[in-house]
Design a protein around this ligand. Structure first.
Ligand code: ATP
Length: 257
């Protein structure tokens, strides 16, 4: 699996995407969800964990320009624009929760829409690459997207985002509602995309599996970061183990009467 990468990031030519976020605040109208958040998304796979309502989706929305933000966001040292289409042109793609495919269009048509910014000939080339990278979708090229399984639809959504040859791919809960085997498959795809040179920032509720494939992680609670670090270390941290992996330390107190 190669993934289309015209600038050869995989070959070490151009720098891989590195996002720096400092003092980010964002929310909805007067309701501030994220307050003064600072984090870094280095090349590789970074996962954002946290309970429902923590602000994980809000973070991805703010970074992709879907909602207003304050603070500094730099992509490889340059200020990231605030308008969504300018952000997309910088090579940042978002696969939103719920996939947002066109159900009445075929898989191939949905993928082509992901390459709307590139000339037709190049789009065809990218489509061929997408089918190489996602052979399961090649078999289903002419099937209506709306008739595919949840996991297959999520795959279409990821492949469609890759059609824009992003340097930074953001995935919002790619495994939501999927059977365990599909969860593994989607997380493995995220890992391969990161290995092929596209920096990946992923929100996941599947804490154990996400930390097993990620390089680094952040834990967000009520709009603020409460833990961060290498994925393997986070998986062993008490914050993550107790709150997310169900490893609540048993009190050493005497048993209840
Ligand atoms: P989940 O895992 O449930 O998706 P999350 O960590 O992604 O949670 P967000 O979706 O970012 O959380 O929501 C953070 C807060 O912002 C919540 O309190 C939510 O109710 C609120 N919120 C989200 N979207 C909107 C909106 N469009 N308008 C107003 N408030 C919103």
């Amino acid at each position: 699996m190669m993934f289309y990468n015209p600038e050869g990031f995989t070959l070490g030519g151009s720098p891989r995407a590195h996002l720096q976020v400092q003092g980010l605040s964002a929310g909805y109208g007067p309701f501030l969800v994220l307050r003064d958040l600072s984090l870094e998304v280095r090349p590789g796979l970074t996962v954002i964990l946290g309970p429902n309502g923590a602000g994980k989706t809000t973070l991805l929305k703010a970074l992709s320009g879907l909602i207003a933000r304050r603070g500094v966001v730099r992509l490889n040292g340059e200020d990231l624009p605030t308008r969504t289409d300018d952000i997309v042109k910088r090579g940042v793609a978002l696969v939103a929760e719920g996939r947002q495919l066109f159900p009445q269009m075929t898989v191939a048509e949905n993928l082509e829409l992901g390459g709307w910014l590139v000339p037709k000939a190049e789009r065809a080339q990218r489509l061929a690459q997408a089918f190489d990278d996602f052979p399961k979708l090649k078999e289903r090229a002419h099937q209506m997207a709306g008739t595919m399984s949840g996991g297959e639809q999520q795959m279409v959504a990821v492949a469609r985002a890759m059609m824009s040859a992003p340097r930074l791919l953001m995935l919002d809960e790619p495994s939501l509602g999927l059977a365990p085997k599909m969860v593994d498959e989607l997380l493995a795809i995220a890992r391969r995309i990161a290995d092929a040179g596209t920096t990946v920032l992923m929100v996941e509720q599947n804490v154990k599996k996400a930390l097993a494939v990620a390089d680094r992680g952040y834990v967000l609670e009520r709009g603020a970061l409460v833990a961060s670090g290498a994925a393997a270390l986070l998986a062993r941290s008490s914050v993550v183990r107790e709150a997310y992996l169900g490893a609540k330390a048993e009190p050493a107190a005497a048993p209840k009467p």
